[in-house]
Design a protein around this ligand. Structure first.
Ligand code: C2E
Ligand code: CA
Ligand code: CA
Ligand code: CA
Length: 277
């Protein structure tokens, strides 16, 4: 048994080394990814339940590495946050998404909202507000067509600081959504103090909303909470018709999910916008 334990330890230790090396390698690749043009964005439509129209899209980061293939943001973002890369990458996402949204408008499409994810570490950047302002100026996108999505991990940063930054964004004219609502630790007491416009109900509450009574009770309560606070409510990760009809009768405002659209490239979004003219 002793021998076995020892072997296991050795195995474990080399494995960890392997993991650390892999992370370092990936970090080095990520440093180059921006300049090599390997990063790109997919856009997932948000559909208004009343009109059936696409009124916005969320920008979702992708990385196509020549050897490793397509890498998910669930890998990219934590890696970028551990290094200083989150700031240049976050700025690139914001600017690319804003430029794209302006380009659709310039083609004559009906204007839509562009939602961009901003991570907690980007919020720690003291220049965030002027960065956003600069991007809106450079791209020519009107601020009302940009929304930033923050998560509860941002909402638990120092309260005065976060309120101050969110107010700064609101003063520019940018709107604010709380993402993955209900999955983390922020209290309702804190949330009510934040100047929010929209609540995104996490997929975990949507999953059972088509059939499970408890999940339906929770989903309904979240929607009602959002509405009583004056927020518009988006349901995320909607995959089937039962969920859609439940959300409709519960007066949810918008739906984002595979049931309507997966994240798509800019050309596909252009087609959708053209068709709904
Ligand atoms: P998120 O902000 O909650 O984005 C929604 C995620 O759910 C996306 O995964 C989307 O593709 C996926 N999704 C949407 N509808 C459905 C559905 O019906 N079924 C299922 N199974 N999944 C659905 P994705 O693109 O892999 O992004 C994962 C997370 O990575 C995002 O979660 C967000 O937290 C983060 N992320 C993505 N892009 C960025 C970015 O540019 N900056 C930052 N800071 N984070 C980003
Ligand atoms: Ca999001
Ligand atoms: Ca989310
Ligand atoms: Ca999520």
């Amino acid at each position: 048994a002793k021998e076995k334990g020892r072997n296991q330890y050795l195995f474990c230790s080399t494995d960890m080394k392997g993991e650390v090396n892999r992370q370092n390698q990936l970090t080095n690749y990520l440093y180059r990814a921006l300049e090599k043009g390997e990063l790109f964005i997919n856009y997932q439509p948000q559909v208004c339940l009343n009109t059936g129209k696409v009124t916005g899209v969320e920008s979702l980061l992708r990385w196509q590495h020549p050897e490793l293939g397509l890498i998910s943001p669930a890998v990219i973002i934590p890696l970028a946050e551990k290094t200083s890369l989150i700031n240049p990458i976050g700025e690139w996402v914001l600017e690319t998404a804003c430029r794209q949204n302006k380009a659709w408008q310039d083609m004559g499409m009906e204007p839509i909202l562009m939602a961009v994810n901003i991570s907690a570490s980007q919020f720690k950047n003291p220049n965030l507000i002027s960065q956003v302002e600069g991007i809106l100026q450079r791209t020519g996108l009107k601020p009302k067509y940009l929304e930033v999505e923050i998560t509860e991990s941002t909402a638990i940063l120092e309260l005065n600081e976060i309120i101050c930054k969110l107010k700064g964004l609101k003063e520019i004219g940018v709107s604010i959504a709380i993402d993955d609502f209900g999955t983390e630790y922020s209290s309702l007491g804190r949330l009510k103090m934040l100047p929010l416009d929209r609540l995104k109900m996490d997929k975990q509450f949507v999953d059972g909303a088509g059939h499970n009574h408890k999940d339906q009770a929770i989903a309904k309560a979240i929607i009602q909470l959002g509405k009583s606070l004056g927020l518009s409510v988006v349901a995320e990760g909607v995959e089937d018709e039962n969920q859609v009809s439940f959300l409709k009768t519960s007066h949810c405002d918008l739906i984002q999910g595979y049931y309507y659209y997966k994240p798509l490239d800019a050309a596909a979004i252009e087609e959708i916008l053209k068709q709904q003219g």
